[in-house]
Design a protein around this ligand. Structure first.
Ligand code: UDP
Length: 384
């Protein structure tokens, strides 16, 4: 009698925003490379940004819940996601549900997994500011930590934060950040594609690379309003001595003020949100990065680009401690002082570039997949 094939193990990913797409892509690809079945459910929290980022890695979603409505609150989004995600989990009956980071999508995916009595895995676990901010992300992270069965912490500090909250050390694995894996994958792909490089050079031909290049991103909810205006006012002044490149987040609270304060200024390049490779091309050439993004705080140092963090607190404390990044807030005068300090001091910039990298060596996905397969791998277990 023919032996029945062991049941396929399905790994179900729930995600909805650009950084989740970037940081889960290496894990999905590593699982697929081992012949495992993966399914990705997009919540629809971000539409174009999410699907563009996934597409940069040759991936697509298996389902899109399209739950987002204009002006929807995080509470409304989570409430809409829960029943739809439960349906998807029941449809695929996965070995485990995997969520990443701290978004409403990750929080809803975590709850849906637990309600469906499905094991829950959290990638990039343990990041903490120790404050209520950023809100609601800090709340999401803490809540997911209480629900997950396996926690992949990017750093030792993140693992220690989980331990302080009572998570058993047997469930925590320190892997490095999968965002660094994503960066390495994209950098290798770009380096091997002369056509794409030429296209990007042409696309960005309007940027005067003989001047210092300041690459900025700003989008966080806590920076909307007066804090954003203050950052944009600083960028307007900085454009006198440097090229300012700002891929503008489509959120109306960002896009409106960016256009009003910086639109049409000499030396300022307001761009639409960029594909991952295009953004990487700019990161590789930037003199300094100014950002309130979480992922960009990790990527820029991995490329040796100094980072100024436009926040009062960060959960990426390791970058500040190692010297890759400086926390400068959003005050116009403070930004101008920090940038002019660094632009005038090549030695200080070199020191930041060369500081130790706290976020891993780009092998986080491999480590994560080894743990997942040892724990949930039916195919492997049957073969042994
Ligand atoms: N990113 C991108 N295009 C852009 C700006 C950023 O692909 O125009 C990438 C960036 O490289 C990083 C991710 O988007 O991997 C960060 O996303 P975001 O800043 O939206 O979220 P956060 O990291 O703050 O959660």
């Amino acid at each position: 009698m023919a032996m029945e094939a062991p049941p396929e193990e399905v790994y179900l990913f729930v995600a909805g925003t650009r950084p989740e797409a970037v940081k889960l892509a290496p894990v999905i690809l590593a699982l697929q490379a081992q012949g495992c079945a993966t399914r990705l459910v997009a919540t629809g929290q971000h539409r174009e940004l999410f699907h563009d980022a996934l597409g940069s890695f040759g991936l697509g979603a298996d389902a899109d819940l399209a739950i987002m409505r204009r002006g929807q609150s995080p509470a409304g989004a989570v409430a809409a996601m829960l029943p739809a995600l439960t349906q998807q989990i029941n449809r695929y009956r996965p070995a485990t549900v995997i969520v990443q980071g701290d978004t409403a999508s990750a929080f809803a995916g975590a709850q849906a997994a637990v309600y469906a009595r499905c094991p829950l895995v959290h990638v990039e676990a343990g990041l903490r500011t120790g404050h209520g901010e950023p809100f609601p992300e800090e709340m999401h992270r803490r809540a997911i930590a209480q629900l997950a069965d396996l926690h992949f912490a990017p750093t030792l500090a993140a693992a220690a934060a989980l331990r302080r909250e009572g998570v058993s050390r047997h469930c925590i694995h320190v892997t490095g950040n999968t965002g660094i894996d994503a960066l390495h994958l994209a950098a290798a792909q770009l380096a091997g594609d002369a056509g794409q490089q030429a296209a990007l050079r042409q696309r960005f031909a309007g940027i005067d690379l003989r001047r210092p290049l300041l690459l900025a991103t700003v989008h966080r909810r806590e920076n909307h309003g007066a804090r954003l205006d203050s950052v944009l006012a600083a960028l307007a002044v900085l454009a006198e001595d440097a090229e300012i490149v700002l891929p503008v987040h489509p959120h109306p609270a960002v896009a409106g003020p960016a256009k009003a304060i910086l639109g049409g200024r000499a030396g300022v390049h307001l761009l639409p949100p960029l594909g991952y490779s295009a953004f990487l091309w700019l990161l590789q050439r930037a003199t300094l990065v100014l950002t309130d993004s979480g992922g960009v705080q990790e990527e820029a140092p991995a490329l040796g680009t100094p980072v100024l963090v436009l926040r009062d607190v960060t959960e990426r404390c390791e970058g500040i401690a190692s010297g890759n990044a400086r926390l400068i807030g959003t005050d116009t005068t403070a930004i101008l002082a920090a940038v002019s300090d660094l632009l005038g001091d090549a030695g200080a910039r070199a020191q930041m570039s060369e500081a130790a990298l706290p976020y891993g060596a780009g092998d986080a996905a491999r480590r994560i997949v080894a743990v997942l397969r040892a724990r949930y791998g039916r195919v492997q277990a049957a073969a042994e």
